[in-house]
Design a protein around this ligand. Structure first.
Ligand code: ATP
Ligand code: ZN
Length: 608
């Protein structure tokens, strides 16, 4: 247990310091140490009154004070050491000068230092005990730390009862996300109602999204809405500490939170400890990470679910997280926090200019239009920079020019390109419109729920289609429709620009998966026939493998189907070009279109 050796180290240091102090204290009392030559001279001069000797160590007193060889005034008391090889007539000399000599036997006496230590032993014991109990006591209070290089752990931030609370009103542009967190708030407000019904609440919520999208803000808002204490820690702080401390800090944090439950624990940057474990245990830092992660998982497993402690974690790398973290009963609720669209940006700007006097000429919706790609943090920064400029210029209001100059500054200062070039936005708008329009036109296809050109992860835009009800099997027509829809983005770029970009990688992956299944697994190609032409593991274990000729025809058939679908996609888009244009323009203006809006703009009646 680290506490033990930390305590011992401290005690040892304390003893050491006291010993040094004690030594110098004793030295003071016995005067400076002078050379034996100097001592002999004083004896010859008859300037010694008495000495005390123990072995060859001599302490003594002068008649007349001499200049201190160590500097700092005069001395009368001194000490010195007689060299073992000295063959002077010391005794005769002392006698001659009538020096009083006292001596004590060497054998029975311990050395000066051990004498000192022995006399200090009770004190040392007390100090050790004190340190030990103080540490235990402090650890029990959940705030150990501050001693000897041990980094003081972050103190849980509880919301002060009187302090202004963060609420959902402070969060804008991510309404869906706030909605998803509403039942967490509800639960925290009234855990008893849930307990009575035997309902289990999610223990962990994972907020996933790029930096600055308001994940921390959201977690605070959940606490604020529910009026419960908020404990915040950053996962990286756990592993910066010395080995073994990360896990105990986690334990402390959860213990504190349980004491005041219902409450929220927020763990930022969970990916720093929650990365998928690369096989095999690595070096020290690695183990520390794992121990800390395991402790978090253990604490979460320990929840009965009705204790009312909800853990909210944030990451911008949800893709690399250890699957153990997202298992049921842990962070089983993943909430994606995307950068805001135009409407969202306007709302965020409104929040962050609440306390800034704006000139009536300032049009926030115009500012929102010119800031695609910016996150809530970027916009908060923008508003602040504009206010700073206005102050510098001694204006009493923020003018449109302040905002546009602040925007330039913010964009220049930001490392990443905040704003997608207009040409690329337009191309993305066409790409997504292609997916969406073909999805709408395809009979039997899943309805288009949402189209957006707000980037998510590595995707520049997203078209979301989900079925009305669960599907258990698929017709060939449906699968072709899916392929056509997936090729819609590339086809739209082809039709509108005549060239294609790299933006269709994921689409093509999806297409390949579907068409491989059609040809090699589901018997939808006459040429390959009704057989499972890509053997599964079990079949392979029996040595079953597709013949080269079969592989050839699979390849041929996959290409044929995809080529046919691509032709059809391009033809359809050419035929419905004005609908495609209308969708793309609407996307450029609004960035996100919901289902009803999208169908209305495309002029397509939803096929039931
Ligand atoms: N949706 C939003 N509405 C209002 N303000 C926002 C929003 N998103 C971010 N902000 C502003 O940006 C600041 C920083 O956001 P926050 O720290 O919550 O982002 P984050 O997603 O936790 O970022 P990181 O991943 O870097 O920790 C907030 O304090 C707030 O002022
Ligand atoms: Zn696409």
């Amino acid at each position: 247990m680290p506490g033990g050796w930390i305590g011992l180290t401290i005690a040892a240091l304390v003893v050491f310091v006291i010993a040094i102090l004690g030594l110098s204290f004793f030295n003071e009392g016995n005067g400076p140490t002078i050379s034996y030559t100097e001592f002999s001279k004083q004896v010859d001069n008859g300037n010694i009154t008495k000495i005390y000797s123990k072995g060859d160590a001599i302490q003594g007193q002068l008649k007349k004070a001499q200049d201190n060889p160590e500097g700092g005034g005069k001395y009368t008391k001194f000490q010195t050491q007689r060299p073992s090889f000295a063959d002077d007539k010391l005794w005769q000399n002392l006698e001659k000068h009538q020096v009083a000599v006292t001596a004590s036997p060497v054998v029975q006496q311990r050395s000066f230092l051990s004498n000192l230590l022995l006399s200090l032993a009770p004190i040392v014991l007390l100090v050790v005990l004190w340190v030990f109990f103080a540490r235990r006591f402090r650890a029990g209070m959940g705030s150990a730390g501050g001693m000897l290089g041990r980094k003081a752990p972050p103190k849980p931030v509880e919301l002060q009862p009187g302090a202004p609370r963060t609420t959902f009103a402070d969060v804008a542009g991510i309404d869906e996300v706030a909605g998803e967190l509403n039942d967490v708030v509800d639960f925290l407000k009234n855990p008893d109602a849930y307990r009575r019904m035997g309902a289990k609440m999610p223990r962990g919520v994972l907020l996933a999204g790029p930096p600055g999208t308001g994940k921390t803000l959201l977690a605070r808002a959940v606490a604020g809405e529910a009026g419960v204490p908020f404990f915040s820690a950053s996962a990286s702080e756990f592993i910066e500490m010395i080995v073994g401390v990360g896990a105990s800090r986690v334990r402390e944090l959860f213990a504190e939170a349980r004491k005041v439950a219902p409450s929220i624990i927020f763990i930022d940057e969970i990916d720093t400890i929650g990365r998928a474990r690369a096989g095999g245990s690595g070096m020290g830092g690695h183990d520390e990470r794992e121990q800390t992660l395991n402790q978090i998982l253990t604490e979460m497993d320990g929840f009965s679910g009705s204790e009312g402690v909800v853990v909210i974690a944030a990451t911008n790398r949800a893709d690399i997280l250890d699957p153990a973290l997202t298992r049921p009963g842990r962070f089983d609720r993943i909430v994606n926090v995307a950068p805001p669209d135009r409407g969202g940006r306007e709302a965020i700007l409104e929040i962050h200019t609440r306390d800034i006097p704006l000139s009536p000429d300032v049009d926030l919706s115009q500012v929102a239009r010119t800031t695609p790609g910016m996150t809530g943090a970027d916009l908060a920064n923008l508003a602040n920079e504009a206010a700073l400029l206005a102050v510098k210029r001694k204006q009493d209001q923020v003018m449109p020019t302040d905002l546009s100059e602040a925007l330039e500054k913010v964009q220049l200062g930001a490392e990443r390109a905040l704003v997608m070039p207009e040409a690329e936005r337009r191309r993305t708008a066409y790409h997504e419109s292609g997916h969406a329009l073909l999805g709408m036109l395809q009979p039997g296809a899943d309805p288009v729920r949402k189209v957006t050109i707000v980037p998510r992860g590595r995707a520049l835009g997203v078209t979301l289609s989900t079925p009305e009800a669960d599907r258990y099997s698929y017709t060939e027509e449906y699968l072709r429709g899916r392929i056509i829809g997936a090729l819609g983005g590339m086809a739209a770029e082809h039709v509108v620009y005549g060239v294609v970009t790299t933006g269709s990688e994921n689409d093509l992956e999806q297409v390949t998966n579907i068409v491989r299944g059609m040809v090699a697994r589901w018997g939808m190609s006459q040429r390959v026939g009704r057989l499972s032409a890509l053997p599964n593991d079990a079949q392979q274990a029996y040595g079953l493998a597709a013949a080269p000729a079969t592989l050839d025809s699979i390849d041929h058939e996959m290409r044929r189907i995809v080529d046919e679908c691509y032709e059809e996609a391009c033809d359809k888009l050419r035929e419905h070009r004005d609908q495609l244009d209308a969708l793309a323009e609407a996307l450029l203006a609004n960035e996100t279109l919901e289902e009803a809006e999208a169908y209305r703009i495309a002029g397509v009646k939803r096929l039931e």
